[in-house]
Write a protein that binds this ligand. Sequence first.
Ligand SMILES: [Cu+2]
Length: 236
Amino acid sequence: MKVILSVLAFAALAQAHFTMQYIWVNGQDEGQNNYIRVTPNNNPVTDVTSKDLTCNVNGLSGASVQTVSIPAGTNLTFEWHQHAQRTGEDPISGGHKGPVQVYIAKAPSTAASFDGQGTVWTKLYSSGLLNPSSQQWATDVVNTNGGKHSVVIPASLPAGEYLLRAEIIALHVAQSYPGAQFYIGCAQVKITGGGSASPPTIALPGAYKPTDPGITVNIYNNLQSYTAPGGAVWSG
Ligand SMILES: [Cu+2]
């Protein structure tokens, strides 16, 4: 009976998915779903070859989404929730364990018309297994911080319009593929100022493989180190 109850509890936890709902620009809340390509529900993407890996379901166009102007060097915060609310529950639910990453891709013209396909994404941030002995993950910090995590937009990025892609990978059922849950939120930004860097890029989908050790992994076997998919962070 005890086993059945814990299986049920685990299943309930796993159902409590989440979405990216707010961005903050230099500490200012920009409002729910503003500048964000909103997904139809809070389910994760599990197929790493799907175009949904780019900017989630219905994320290939932002025709009805505004683009926010930000100076290069901005501190940008992403905020995630299970449902359309900020209080009363764990922001992303404690059962979701895994890395938090942020990518950026320069649009050829406008961010709103950019589908994010091709080798266009630069990794700006990655946080994974923070403490092997306590098994603390980046997701635990997001829960503690009210669903928030932040990145500084490198001042050397050229001016122009971009897609910013935040990603949380939940690994609680990642022992086999498909299993890892990709939670993705894309925001449309216009960087002003900036520099002349040409950072390294990868494709999403494209760079992630089902066999990546950061995608198919048993995190409940005394995991001592973790390598997130998508390669190294570019620090500007
Ligand atoms: Cu979930």
